[in-house]
Design a protein around this ligand. Structure first.
Ligand code: FES
Ligand code: FES
Length: 158
């Protein structure tokens, strides 16, 4: 089958690529554009490891098809830090040791960033509900939740 030409924006940069109709956004990011920060845990929308922002909305990249990206805007984990300057969430994940193997971490960071943009002062319950679609097999979640709450507090300047 012929490939589709797609023009999109990724982390603020214009990007063009060719993809098969059945390739997912996650396939395109990892296999065509070599942006391998987004991970594949399940490929079925169940683990959140592939979380990215699409037109400002949190989505599972494994559930979006590559051709759907035409004219749209994607933010991935590669766009989260500014050069050597980590996003406060990334810094707090390090400080709280909120990662072990790291497979789930990009997805958690993208999802947590989306939460704090929507709710700058979340309760612990709100953080836990918001991140319920992101699975971690290593940390037991508590350190992740603490890191997100600590980031929220710091970003509010309290
Ligand atoms: S790889 Fe997309 S939700 Fe698991
Ligand atoms: S740190 Fe290993 S799955 Fe979360």
């Amino acid at each position: 089958m012929s490939k589709t030409h797609v023009s999109t924006t990724i982390n603020g940069d214009p990007v063009e690529f060719l993809c098969e109709p059945e390739q997912t956004l996650l396939d395109v990011l990892r296999d065509e554009l070599y942006l391998t920060g987004s991970k594949e845990g399940c490929a079925s929308g169940d683990c959140g490891a592939c979380s990215v922002m699409l037109d400002g909305r949190l989505v599972c990249a494994c559930l979006v098809l590559g051709p759907e990206l035409n004219g749209r805007s994607v933010e991935t984990i590669e766009g989260m830090a500014e050069g050597d300057h980590l996003h406060p969430l990334q810094q707090k994940f390090l400080e709280h040791a909120a990662l072990q193997c790291g497979i789930c971490t990009p997805g958690f960071l993208i999802a947590a960033k989306a939460l704090l943009e929507k709710i700058p002062d979340p309760t612990e319950t709100e953080v836990r509900y918001w991140l319920a679609g992101n699975l971690c097999r290593c940390t037991g979640y508590d350190k992740i939740i603490r890191a997100v709450l600590d980031t929220a507090s710091e970003m509010r300047g309290s």
